[in-house]
Write a protein that binds this ligand. Structure first.
Ligand code: ITT
Length: 202
């Protein structure tokens, strides 16, 4: 039985991760499934280090394969901000969106380019190994929020190829093209190969 803990306190992320991984694992656990709360300080300026920390600390505590995601939104006109501090750019999603729109006040369309980045860490406590997978999606920050699906900055992230905001996409569509979806699909491909090689050795 292949079991996986998803080490995130963000419900939006959790749902997207479980939905993208599908039957890659037999059973998924959220942090809410454990009585003990493990506190992880995200103190690195690098996404991959924070992702590793979140996966390792929880995986070691509960002795189970653990996945963590560290992600963020980088906006060209803001010199890459909010970046690794995306979750701390305000008190809630609405507040964070308002701050970004405010800071981009007067910035023309062509300078509103942005990228969402996701680093997925997969930790195997039995081996002590951490694998890192990366995905990104480019777009633009709109002049106002649109759509009510997804989470976080989705209502202000516009994808020109689709003519839509991320918050206007059903989860399945978002997962196919998003930063997180791409990183998770790379992980799925890697695990498929890994399971295949191991089963051939038997
Ligand atoms: P965990 O650390 O517990 O996983 P978190 O929300 O604090 O949850 P991060 O530190 O990785 O996660 O911060 C990422 C922030 O970037 C997140 O809070 C969102 O505001 C934003 N973000 C990341 N992916 C996003 C997405 O797909 N859509 C919208 N916003 C996203």
């Amino acid at each position: 039985m292949r079991e996986l803990i998803i080490s995130t306190g963000n419900e939006g992320k959790y749902k997207e991760i479980v939905s993208t991984l599908g039957d890659t694992f037999d059973r998924y656990y959220s942090l809410g499934d454990f009585d003990e709360k493990v506190v992880v300080e995200e103190d690195s300026p690098l996404y991959f280090e924070n992702a590793m920390k979140k996966a390792r600390k929880v995986g070691d505590r509960f002795n189970m394969a653990t996945l963590a995601d560290d992600s963020g939104l980088e906006i060209e006109a803001l010199g890459g901000k909010p970046g690794v501090l995306s979750a701390r750019y305000g008190i809630d999603d609405k507040d964070r969106i308002e701050r970004v729109l405010q800071e981009l006040n007067g910035v023309p369309w062509e300078k509103r380019g942005a990228v969402f980045k996701a680093y997925i860490a997969l930790y195997m406590p039995d081996k002590g190994w951490v694998y890192i997978f990366y995905g990104q999606i480019k777009g633009f920050i709109g002049f106002e929020a649109k759509g009510d699906l997804g989470f976080g900055y989705d209502p202000i992230f516009y994808i020109p190829q689709l003519g839509k905001y991320l918050a206007e996409l059903e989860m399945e569509t978002k997962n196919r093209i998003s930063h997180r979806g791409k990183a998770l699909n790379a992980m799925k491909e890697f695990l498929n190969a890994d399971f295949f090689i191991r089963s051939r050795k038997r």
